[in-house]
Design a protein around this ligand. Structure first.
Ligand SMILES: [Zn+2]
Ligand SMILES: [Zn+2]
Length: 240
């Protein structure tokens, strides 16, 4: 296996100045058996940000959609126009019309219900949660698991627990939207102590995590806090 790398293509948090930072999330996972686009950001900025990052849509063979919200699925159609030769993994609870549209674009659809393997060392948690069903991505690196979330609507701690139960390995990094924009201090503190109990080594909260929660995570994780925004590239060298 090559070195795993994760490039943030879309995030409302800025990192590389020239990239658009509309509300949404998308990242590209490379160095794994398949090259995976996790979420597609809001409509509009995905392809232009890819271009600025010198990412060729044709180099991507797999798309994983965390959940139905348009800030995660909005870029899909324009992406499929560039490269329909992909397999799209989406929660089985997605509307039929959405799935049909993906088929019409010429892509393969895999409907995810239970946890499943996507390729060597990459798994989905399966769709979690009751109201907004969402899947998270788990990458197995030698140093531990990397968990990537879209909005974490089922609860970020529930997602991390599900990943740990499934893979029975230590958690190296949890990154993505933690959905704590409107959370009160007490709730955020509880989540941070759950992370510590679960043995989470690095955190990279972005997207819908909110400034208050991001600051608290940074305070508690110190040099193990990964500052994420559009254009950031994370490699295992950052997680030593
Ligand atoms: Zn979102
Ligand atoms: Zn959402």
């Amino acid at each position: 296996m090559e070195d795993i790398n994760i490039t943030i293509v879309c995030d409302n948090n800025p990192y590389k100045e020239e990239l658009e930072t509309g509300w949404g999330f998308s990242c590209l996972i490379g160095g794994t058996e398949r090259t995976i686009l996790f979420d597609t950001g809001p409509g509009g900025s995905l392809l232009s940000n890819m271009e600025k990052l010198a990412i060729e849509p044709s180099g991507i063979d797999t798309v994983v959609l965390s959940h139905i919200h348009p800030d995660h699925t909005g870029g899909l159609e324009s992406f499929l126009e560039k490269n329909p030769d992909v397999t799209v993994y989406l929660p089985v609870s997605f509307p039929t019309k959405f799935k049909d549209n993906v088929h019409k674009c010429g892509a393969q659809v895999v409907e995810v219900e239970q946890a499943m393997k996507i390729c060597t060392n990459v798994h989905s948690t399966g769709q979690l949660g009751r109201w907004i069903r969402e899947q998270a991505l788990i990458i197995r690196a030698e140093e531990g698991l990397i968990v990537i979330t879209g909005c974490a609507h089922p609860g970020i701690v529930n997602i991390v627990k599900a990943a740990k139960d499934l893979m029975k390995e230590d958690i190296l990094l949890v990154m993505g939207g933690f959905h704590l924009e409107w959370a009160i201090r007490g709730k955020i503190d509880k989540i941070i102590s759950s992370f510590k109990q679960l043995g989470v080594r690095y955190v990279g909260p972005c997207h819908c995590t909110g400034e208050k929660a991001k600051n608290l995570f940074e305070e508690h994780f110190g040099r193990n806090y990964v500052n994420i925004g559009a254009g950031k590239i994370i490699t295992l060298a950052d997680l030593q």
